[in-house]
Structures are given as structure tokens and as C-alpha cells.
Design a protein around this ligand. Structure first.
Ligand SMILES: Cc1cc2nc3c(=O)[nH]c(=O)nc-3n(C[C@H](O)[C@H](O)[C@H](O)COP(=O)(O)OP(=O)(O)OC[C@H]3O[C@@H](n4cnc5c(N)ncnc54)[C@H](O)[C@@H]3O)c2cc1C
Length: 122
């Protein structure tokens, strides 16, 4: 007869989202059990292990959106996580340029969003 396993939580997928969810659940409910089901032989075999590793600033989203807020918060949380775990972060900043007058309008909009982000952080 097959053995039956029981868990409080089952997470499908061991990418950054699944693993972060597991980490949060463990720290909130250390007594509960979690199973992570992954179809590959290791974690982060897809997008999470193959991405460019950029901590996005969030100004490509409209500044009042949840995406912008989460991006800014996530950026800070990830930097703290890296610091606590001695993971180097190259804080090189970002340069956004306009190649013509038309693009300049977009650049002013990004500047506006960036300034709102700074207010959000303060
Ligand atoms: C080329 C590229 C560059 C990127 N660059 C950046 C960047 O610079 N900065 C940034 O913030 N984001 C970047 N991203 C986005 C970022 O990588 C993803 O948003 C993030 O990794 C998604 O994580 P995830 O856990 O949702 O998905 P995934 O990492 O894809 O994890 C999903 C997991 O679920 C597993 N799975 C799927 N189906 C099943 C199943 N039926 N049963 C069991 N397991 C299953 C998969 O095997 C996989 O391990 C980039 C993405 C790509 C593709």
C-alpha cells in the first residue's frame, strides 16, 4: 500500500515565489509542515535561476500602483536579505536616457514617478 503523506501546506513550484512563500510560512508558523512539489531535479531551474538579477527600481509602473509599491518594497527587502546573508549586491544605479525629443516626454514622466517613489520611501 502507498504511504500517505499529510502537510499543512503544499506549494507547487520551487522558484523564487514558491520558496519565498515557504520561507515566510516557516517563520510565521514554525510548527506547521510544508511540502514543495517541484517537477525539476533542483530549485530555480526556470525564470528564477535564469534571470538578469536586476533589482528593479519600479518606475516603469505608475507610481500609485501596487506593482510600483511592491517593487520598491521588494527592492529594499532583497537588499536587506543579501546584506544579512553576505550576498554581494552591485548598487550601480541606473541611467535612463532619451534618444530624441519625443522620448524626452517619457523621460519626464519617469522622473516624476521616480520622485514619487522617493517620497514613498521617506
Ligand atoms: C530572461 C528573464 C530575465 C529576467 N530578469 C529579471 C530581472 O533582472 N529582475 C527581476 O526582478 N525579474 C526578472 N525576471 C522575472 C523573474 O525571473 C520572474 O518573475 C521570477 O523568477 C518568477 O518566479 P516564479 O517562482 O514565479 O517562477 P519560476 O522561477 O518559473 O518557478 C516556477 C517553478 O514551478 C515549477 N513548476 C511548474 N509547473 C510545475 C508543476 N506542474 N509541478 C511542479 N513544479 C512545477 C517549475 O519547474 C519552476 O521551478 C526575468 C525573467 C526572465 C525570463
Amino acid at each position: 500500500m502507498n504511504k500517505i503523506y499529510q502537510y499543512d501546506y503544499i506549494i507547487i513550484g520551487a522558484g523564487i515565489i514558491g520558496l519565498t512563500l515557504a520561507k515566510e510560512l516557516i517563520s510565521k508558523y514554525p510548527q506547521r509542515t510544508i511540502a514543495i512539489l517541484e517537477k525539476e531535479e533542483d530549485v530555480a531551474k526556470h525564470a528564477s535561476g535564469l534571470n538578469s538579477g536586476v533589482l528593479h527600481a519600479g518606475f516603469y509602473y505608475t507610481s500609485d500602483s501596487l506593482k510600483a509599491r511592491f517593487c520598491v518594497q521588494g527592492n529594499q527587502l532583497m537588499k536587506s536579505f543579501c546584506k544579512e546573508n553576505n550576498i554581494p549586491v552591485n548598487q550601480c544605479g541606473k541611467v535612463v536616457v532619451a534618444a530624441n525629443d519625443e522620448e524626452l516626454k517619457g523621460l519626464y514622466e519617469l522622473e516624476k514617478r521616480g520622485k514619487k517613489m522617493v517620497l514613498m520611501l521617506s
